[in-house]
Design a binder for this molecule. Structure first.
Ligand SMILES: Nc1ncnc2c1ncn2[C@@H]1O[C@H](COP(=O)(O)OP(=O)(O)OP(=O)(O)O)[C@@H](O)[C@H]1O
Length: 467
């Protein structure tokens, strides 16, 4: 029975060498399924090529193959490839390129990659239950989180406030495979009290300063053989940056008021919502420390770049934090999707808390459950407001000499485009939103605005509801 089933695509004519390679893989427990013309394979796969393979065609094919976020491709060359081709393959999304006859134990290399990817996807699925989201960019972030957790690197997590940096740090600690690993100790660098901050990190001896009535361990000692999570690292005062660097480089530190060096062995995970490299250029963050803490950097996406996740996050918060399993009205989702979230996931979470708290008992969550203080600013959104974007746009069209009909046509086209985009291309829903027929939008798609105007019979919203 095969250990793995993977797709494969040869970009080389069938020859003795290729057949030998395919045979060796099947003998080792890899079932190979050929990809047919027009198929878009998913998951792990292997492409086979030689130095004569048509690189441009391969790149074009790979563009289609890498549509799915979980596609992972190994390129196996059955002859020696020039370095430029190797780079070109990597740039097209191939994860690993090697020449079968140039490496020792090629089957083992492939098996070890396939095993790793299998583990990776399992762990991503596990993480997804706690760090919710299924957008492509979020899934790629989760893959990075697993990769980082399974490596032993120092990790720097970057992202705007509320994007989930602390959550990621906790999960990295959970997934860390060190045997007998100990706790994850969190230090928020914004809370370090100037003067006493050394004590918070390194601990102190009795009598080291006023109020030091007893000897105390600092975060480094508590994180020994575990993880030290330094939140808001950009706030760490410069003198402490030097001491932290020393502890990271030498693996030793001194308690405040002590002359004894102590051993520190921990994994460092840091987070910041600042641009630390810019701080390095300004001289407010040490360059040497920056390179020390950023063995692996991970940028978390803001919620505006993963709007597809808003609904699943909202459902998760309703269920998990409020035990609300009732359906949520479409209008509520429309409201959630159209709003901005400068505070990212935390802001969405707090908004869901307010809606859930206002919702009384039975029945679906409706637009009436949205607290008044969260209502959209209708005055600002209104099209008649002086100085609005819409007014400015219309002014521009007037100055270009356009008449009422042309202006109306232009605004109508924009409205159709916005509604179709908002409904992810679903013309029926977009038509409902606009109160027009689906046919008008089909014509818009085909670029026939004039004809649409002629056929543009407005139909009552209610009849669409019943359609
Ligand atoms: N993908 C997610 N799934 C579920 N909950 C999430 C997700 N991302 C963030 N949260 C929740 O949002 C809140 C904010 O997350 P977190 O504190 O990790 O953000 P942060 O980036 O560290 O914020 P800050 O920079 O302000 O400290 C937390 O309650 C967290 O549980």
């Amino acid at each position: 029975m095969a250990e793995f089933t993977v797709w494969f695509k040869p970009f080389t004519a069938q020859n003795e060498r290729l057949l030998r390679v395919l045979d060796a893989l099947e003998q080792a427990g890899v079932e190979l399924q050929a990809v047919h013309l027009g198929d878009t394979p998913q998951g792990a796969g292997i492409i086979f090529l030689d130095h004569q393979a048509p690189l441009e065609d391969i790149q074009e094919t790979l563009e289609a193959y890498t549509l799915y976020a979980d596609t992972k491709i190994i390129a196996v060359a059955v002859s020696l490839l020039p370095t430029s081709s190797t780079w070109a393959l990597l740039r097209s999304g191939v994860v690993e390129v090697f020449s079968w006859f140039e490496v020792e134990k090629p089957v083992q290399i492939i098996l070890s990659r396939l095993r790793y990817w299998h583990t990776l996807e399992e762990k991503v699925a596990y993480l997804q239950q706690r760090m919710v989201g299924s957008s492509r960019c979020w899934l790629n972030t989760l893959r990075q989180v697993v990769d980082m957790a399974l490596s032993n690197c120092q990790v720097l997590i970057m992202g705007e406030s509320g994007t989930g940096k602390e959550l990621v740090a906790q999960e990295i600690h959970q997934l860390d495979t060190r045997p007998d690993k100990r706790d994850c100790v969190v230090v928020d660098c914004t809370n370090l009290i100037p003067g006493l901050s050394g004590s918070e990190l390194f601990g102190h001896e009795k009598g080291a300063f006023t109020n030091a009535i007893s000897t105390r361990d600092g975060a480094l000692a508590l994180a020994h053989e575990g993880t030290l999570f330094l939140d808001e690292l950009g706030e760490l005062p410069l003198p402490l940056q030097a001491e932290l660097l020393r502890a990271l480089q030498e693996g030793t530190y001194k308690r405040v008021g002590s002359n004894t060096w102590r051993k520190a062995s921990f994994r460092l995970v840091s987070a910041t919502n600042r641009d630390l490299l810019a701080e390095v250029h300004k001289g407010t963050f040490r360059q040497d420390l920056y390179y020390r803490v950023s063995g692996w950097t991970c940028q978390l996406p803001p919620l505006r770049e993963r709007k597809e996740d808003i609904v699943v996050l909202a459902e998760h918060f309703f269920r998990q934090q409020h035990h609300i399993h009732q359906p949520v009205d479409r209008q509520v989702y429309d409201f959630l999707l159209l709003r901005d979230y400068p505070g990212n996931v935390r802001e969405l979470q707090q908004l869901i808390n307010r809606i859930a708290n206002k919702h009384l008992g039975e029945g679906p969550i409706t637009i009436g459950d949205i607290p008044r203080s969260d209502w959209p600013d209708f005055a600002r959104l209104g099209p008649t407001l002086q100085g609005s974007d819409l007014e400015a746009g219309v002014k521009g069209l007037l100055y270009q000499g356009l008449g009422l009909k042309e202006i109306k046509d232009q605004v109508t086209e924009i409205a159709k485009k916005v509604a179709i985009t908002h409904e992810n291309g679903n013309l029926k829903l977009a038509a409902h939103r606009l109160g027009c027929s689906e046919r008008i939008l089909q014509m818009h798609r085909r670029g026939e605005p004039e004809a649409a105007g002629a056929a543009g019979v407005e139909i009552p919203r209610q009849s669409l509801f019943n359609a």
